[in-house]
Design a protein around this ligand. Sequence first.
Ligand SMILES: Cc1ncc(COP(=O)(O)O)c(C=O)c1O
Length: 386
Amino acid sequence: MNKELSTQINSLIESIPDLGDKQRSEITASVQVLLSEALLHKKVTWAAHMTPETGSAALLGNLIAAHHNGNLLSANLYPQLAEIEAQLISWLCQPFYKQHGHFTHGSSYGNLEALWHAREHNKSSSNIVYGSSATHYSVAKACRILGLEFRAITTDSVGKIETDALQTACKQNPPLAIVATVGTSSSGAIDSLERCANIADDLNCWLHIDAAWGGALAFLEGQTMLTGIERADSLCFDPHKALGLPKPCSVILYQQPLESFTDIEADYLSQTPKKTLAGSYGGELFLSLWFRLLCNKDGIISEVYSRLEQARLFANKLKDKTDWTIWHSPTGIVCFAPNNDKERLALENITTFSNAKINNQPVFRAVFASTTTKADALFTELEPYL
Ligand SMILES: Cc1ncc(COP(=O)(O)O)c(C=O)c1O
């Protein structure tokens, strides 16, 4: 733990009233244990999952959020907090070409809410939702909750939806909605958004884009891989995965203003949240982002470039030094699979990487979510097994 953080934590503990010595030392011990566990994300070999290392600016946001504790269900009481939320939503809408939105606790909620709106908006007789077999599991879960049927379309060799298969399925059984993914959880693949949007347009069905992980690419200069993103009816994105922020910080954006589908009223609120899933929420969903941007707006983008560069270096090194099959996605996930069982079994012993599947084939997966994760350090972990 750095010295300033340690001083701040100690003074916070000191400010808790009526604390006996025993309780104080228990609290201090518990803090130490948890902060040591968090060091995992600062390691140069941290590559197992999409959880980034977080910095002081974001920490400040979460501290202020806990202190402020305002509930934006009564936004009139908290004009400053409401204004910050509005400014951030407008900043986030731009790269994704959307008009409206709000913060949520994560893209599992985002996917559920988007499909709820798709179902209510589209009064078609279909209850089918198409996505690829690499679509995040929360989409299938959301379909179950909403009484919809998720149908998985096959993926190509890098994990992108097979759009010809999607089109054929859509012709046979038109859907209520199509879900395209920008940055699949396993391999980081980006579905062909243009093609998915064309199919959705032809059928006049809802297009939702799950950009929870890969949405960070929308902030980069000269990006062409996301062409078609502007045509989605809804899109979710997780700064808590892709922009180095602590959970929860997630956003769901829409093309059209949301309609109210329920007549449910709460007599104690001036405005019942009829269009969104969440109940109480406040700055905990976005003040980390606000303070991160206030401290260094360009830094947040340059960090995305730098972790993508480390992913590229790692993939290139694997290509140079091994005969393994390598999948290098544009969103900062590198997967690899040795071509023989002996090497594959040996790699099972390394916990640095996670296990995933691409097209049902087991692969090892390195996720470049933290700016601390370094290609050379990851490669050093693998060297004894080459
Ligand atoms: C592509 C994708 N969508 C949605 C989610 C769900 O996000 P959350 O865990 O924030 O609910 C994930 C989580 O890893 C993901 O990778």
